[in-house]
Design a protein. Structure first.
Ligand SMILES: Cc1cc2nc3c(=O)[nH]c(=O)nc-3n(C[C@H](O)[C@H](O)[C@H](O)COP(=O)(O)OP(=O)(O)OC[C@H]3O[C@@H](n4cnc5c(N)ncnc54)[C@H](O)[C@@H]3O)c2cc1C
Ligand SMILES: Cc1cc2nc3c(=O)[nH]c(=O)nc-3n(C[C@H](O)[C@H](O)[C@H](O)COP(=O)(O)OP(=O)(O)OC[C@H]3O[C@@H](n4cnc5c(N)ncnc54)[C@H](O)[C@@H]3O)c2cc1C
Ligand SMILES: Cc1cc2nc3c(=O)[nH]c(=O)nc-3n(C[C@H](O)[C@H](O)[C@H](O)COP(=O)(O)O)c2cc1C
Ligand SMILES: Cc1cc2nc3c(=O)[nH]c(=O)nc-3n(C[C@H](O)[C@H](O)[C@H](O)COP(=O)(O)O)c2cc1C
Ligand code: FES
Ligand code: FES
Lengths: 315, 259, 315, 259
């Protein structure tokens, strides 16, 4: 019960760190926040998650890098980024001028590359590391780590050993058994799991009779994929003990709530930012109103509340 | 600082200029700032189409708060736009992007070269530029906006590939045939055309601004899907990706690297 | 070039059998055709694919069995069917009154169950068998066969040995490596591959704070999943020699064409039938018009035509 | 045989009866056949919502070719319907399903029991049924259609859970309190209510028809998502699934198996 006059409590604890609220951008859809400053107040977000950064600059793939699909989109950016040094010089100081948590998304083609980035970030004022072992748009590394149990374990273990900050491992949905991959990462010391990255997809241009994307394949994101993402979060919630960040098609506060009920401690908003740069504000306000109307004191009460009670009490 | 947001504009006019090309005039209900070469992101109402459609500003009345937009019906989104009626609302974000640089000199020779749906943004540009303006326009079959250009430019020449209007050929034919020695070139149109314009201008050492087109998602510089290659040093390998939506769509033509 | 006055040729050869055109319903979305007779002429279809049938009647799952999602839907029917005997008594005679090919979709929970159905069908006037090793809605069998290489190989081999008609194996997209599964089926003697079955997904009801589907999880279908389906068809086209039937979100002739360009010899239309019971007629007519306008003699010229030429000529 | 197809209806009226419940009258532009208890599948225009929405026929004028539909705003689809204006078109398929059986006897005592948005289909039924009709209607707060029922029935009694109208309570309270001895019962409403009606009627050996509701996809009997359990033999385990959309929505109430 909310005491009269009190605002509902949106704070959540993620791997021991308190966030103002469970809403943050998904990596690669928000730059480092600068471009969104005109549209929203970064200090209102639970956290800012940066675009993927590697040890050296990456140029990414050729254009076209985007194709719209029914209720979703494909991208094949290929983790274009200016490298960790540039990132530390330009983006961290900018983010520090805002009262928000920082999660740095880390890209790599080999364990050594991931480890180098993490080491450099060791003494930086960042709150979380998000290890992207699930990008479908690069040939080596990337998704290979996220689809092989042993590799997922190895990369998590080595990166965790090098990391100062809590380590969230970001998983690919393009696997037969998401629970097994998550458990491997948990066993290797991950402090949390975020999922899903994009589903591998493609589109044909019937005029040219060729794939629309220069890269042929791309990552499918947006509301179209939400049911798959939600299912994976729900599956993991029963199987792992570390917290889950839900991602995939979240565009409204109702979507965010579905993920929280399924077991997510926090949520990331990706593609929806492209349609409405203020959408995260609307989601935060929507959750706040919901708690008020339902007379729920803290959003943490809802985490995982959507699991059938029969599972707690199997008979 | 007040935050920007998606806004609603009221449609004053939405009609076909040719079977494929429509003119839409919208009222945003407030004064505004816009630079020629900038664009608006227009939203589809149908939720199956998530991404906004970038459409260049063809003309703007900053005090009245109206935009004139010219769009070609290409796919489902622009098809949806054709169904909008007077007084209906359309949602948009913008103006977005970096537009043309407006030189302040009156006696410069200016050459403005447009192709297809690259023509519209050059109209507001032509209105605002000082100098002696010559305009070359290329179309497939039917021209658009030539009357409007004639009001603001010294000379307007048209080419169509079918020969229906003006000379039969492309703007490059116009460019090769006329004996132009401009001080500055502004151009917008298909990639092939821009590449040819660039080569022509480079040969003659004429500064130019080119407005590029690339498929977009966010339109505000965050997603990196709309990149183009921009020279960043003396060597041919010295290029970096820049964002058409934020760093452009207008670039210093000298620096654009075409494949 | 089409000779003047000639209609373009929509016929395709599938595992040696000629179909009038490459368009057919997806199993489970068309009953056995009877319900659609009011809306379209079954004889116009390339083939009729029946709902999944098992050796004995199955009751399926509890309701709600359906939930709409953004650009798609979830179902958890769970292969409700009246069993093979009823099917042979009621449905085959009905279908025989129409001038169309018949593909029977086969459900099972064990290799023995599949084999029993196939044996019973051996002397029946059916043209194809479609082995569903990819249903996400049943606990045993079903998808397990489609996600394990060895099981996929075993079930295909044993069923093929028992089968009189050409055998199409229907694959699940919920796997890490679709190429490996398809190759296992090809090696085991499959005459063709159809894909994709549904993606496993779910939806939460934020009012009740419980999963919408009684079964918690369901299969995601519809335009939302098209990019994933198309990608898998494209990937397989380069890797297997047996023909591919493309399935997943096909709702327009343009969608169908994308799959054909990606390498599908034929296509199945599922969820789109629920929105428009005549949609397959529109797809067939759309393809015919396209061939006419593009002056293409036979649709077979387009199968796989969307593959980059660099792959044929790698340099 | 001519094949059926999705059709377009013109909206003659679309207005709120209560803050949550709307009335829509549409003109299909041709004569038609419909049985009370049948429904129409209405299509959303927004492509992100694929599945048609089943809405019962509240009234039908077969000669004029008009339907009256009463719908409650529940989610995105019905919300979209509220935005439709007079003379706009809406796409539909139908009439679909198996409706009520119309007994031909004049001196039978008929009891008609409706709850919430289960009430509308009972209006056309009440109009067509012969016999001495008594109608019990239950709502949460505000009643709908009671005036219409009064025109065609001998007696209309209302209950609301809030007590705003009629007695404070449910239709089951009306049923327990009144001393009804009907020859036949027709009912449509929430599952809980139908179950209670079934129990009441069974106890008294009164034949009944119940109209069920289940989530649907195809609406034409092909997909098997809308099943309900129907008794098929003497034992409690002797049930089989039938399709609400095709075999129903109206079933012999004696045979419906509620969980
Ligand atoms: C900066 C800029 C300014 C533009 N100005 C104009 C203009 O003034 N008038 C005009 O007619 N067109 C203009 N275009 C092109 C216009 O954006 C596309 O024609 C339009 O988005 C097509 O949408 P659709 O839904 O009809 O096509 P669809 O093919 O259905 O669109 C699918 C997706 O692809 C994108 N897309 C398709 N074609 C293009 C394209 N050529 N360029 C960029 N994105 C594309 C769409 O935005 C959408 O996300 C401009 C493009 C850019 C980048
Ligand atoms: C045979 C039949 C007759 C009906 N007649 C009426 C009527 O006359 N008046 C009326 O107000 N309602 C009626 N309903 C219920 C009506 O179909 C739903 O309220 C409506 O589909 C909700 O759509 P939505 O988009 O607003 O809700 P959403 O929740 O956004 O819908 C999402 C999906 O769930 C389905 N759905 C949601 N709720 C229901 C429900 N209660 N029953 C069936 N499907 C549902 C929708 O059709 C859609 O596919 C009837 C239902 C059935 C099965
Ligand atoms: C344009 C684009 C770029 C992306 N870049 C990254 C990235 O750099 N690192 C990463 O881990 N995920 C990246 N992603 C994946 C998103 O973070 C997110 O996992 C995915 O888009 C699903 O969420 P959504 O449906 O809300 O977009 C990117 C997605 C898009 C659309
Ligand atoms: C309601 C429903 C029932 C289905 N039943 C079956 C089935 O019995 N056997 C089967 O192999 N696939 C079944 N499927 C999967 C479809 O055949 C098809 O593979 C899937 O829906 C993807 O195609 P779509 O997006 O065109 O619907 C079913 C799908 C739906 C929606
Ligand atoms: S469209 Fe997103 S960066 Fe340009
Ligand atoms: S809704 Fe498809 S069978 Fe009833």
């Amino acid at each position: 019960m909310i005491s009269p006059g009190k605002r509902p409590n949106l704070t959540v604890k993620l791997s021991g760190v308190e966030l103002k609220n469970p809403v943050m951008p998904a990596s690669g859809t928000f730059g480092s926040g600068r471009e969104f400053e005109e549209y929203l107040d970064l200090s209102r977000l639970g956290m800012v998650v940066t675009k993927g950064v590697a040890d050296v600059p990456w140029k990414g793939n050729s254009t076209p890098r985007v194709a719209e699909t029914y209720g979703g989109m494909l991208n094949s950016v290929g983790l274009q980024n200016p490298g960790i040094e540039h990132f530390i010089r330009e983006d961290i100081p900018f983010l520090q001028t805002h009262d928000t948590r920082i999660m740095v998304n880390i890209a790599g083609r080999s364990i050594e590359e991931y480890v180098r980035v993490v080491r450099v970030l060791g003494n930086q004022p960042v709150d979380f590391l998000e290890l992207n072992i699930s990008c479908p748009n690069i040939k080596e590394g990337g998704v290979a780590f996220g689809t092989d149990l042993d590799m997922a374990y190895q990369v998590t273990k080595k990166v965790k050993a090098a990391a100062t900050q809590p380590l969230i491992v970001k998983l690919s949905p393009n696997v037969t058994d998401i629970v097994a991959v998550a458990k491997a990462c948990e066993a290797a010391g991950a402090d949390g799991i975020s999922l899903i990255n994009t589903l591998l997809g493609m589109k044909m241009d019937i005029k040219t009779r060729r794939p629309v994307l220069a890269n042929t394949f791309g990552g499918l994101s947006g509301p179209a994929i939400k049911p798959v993402a939600l299912r994976m979060v729900y599956q993991l919630a029963k199987e792992i003990k570390i917290p889950i960040i839900g991602i995939g098609g979240i565009s409204t506060w109702e979507d965010a709530l579905e993920f929280i009920l399924a077991g997510a401690t926090a949520v990331q908003v990706g593609t929806a930012n492209f349609r409405n740069p203020r959408v995260m504000m609307e989601i935060i306000e929507g959750l706040e109103n919901y708690l008020k109307e339902e007379n729920i004191d803290s959003i943490e009460e809802l985490i995982g509340a959507g699991h059938e009670s029969k599972e707690e009490n199997p008979c | 600082m007040e935050k920007k947001n998606i806004e609603k504009a009221r449609i004053l006019k939405n009609q076909a200029l040719t079977p494929e090309i429509y003119e839409m005039v919208v009222d945003v209900g407030k004064t505004l700032d816009a630079v020629p070469g900038q664009f608006l992101n227009l939203y589809c109402k149908d939720g199956s189409r998530l991404l906004p459609r970038p459409i260049s500003i063809c003309e703007v009345d900053e005090k009245m708060g109206t935009f004139r937009l010219i769009y070609k019906v290409l796919g489902k989104g622009t098809e949806e736009f054709t169904t909008l009626k007077e007084n209906e609302k359309i949602e948009y974000l913008g103006p977005l992007g970096t537009g043309f640089t407006l030189e302040e000199s009156d006696n410069k020779e200016i050459l403005i070269i447009g192709g297809g749906v690259g023509v519209p943004p050059l109209l507001e540009l032509s209105k605002r530029l000082k100098g002696k303006k010559r305009v070359l326009l290329g179309f497939e079959k039917e021209s658009i906006l030539t009357g409007d250009f004639k009001k603001v430019a010294r000379e307007v020449t048209v080419a169509t590939t079918t020969g229906t209007e003006g000379i039969k050929g492309t703007v490059m034919d116009l460019l090769e045939e006329g004996e132009y020695v401009p001080d500055r070139i502004y151009s917008c149109g298909p990639k092939g055309m821009l590449k040819a314009v660039q080569a022509w201008a480079r040969e003659r050492n004429i500064p130019m601004e080119l407005s590029l087109e690339e498929r977009m998602a966010c339109g505000i510089g965050a997603c990196l899907v709309c990149t183009c290659k921009i020279k960043e040093g003396p060597h041919i390998e010295d290029w970096n990706y820049q964002r058409v939506c934020k760093d452009g769509p207008v670039f210093n033509g000298e620096e654009v690297v075409f494949e």
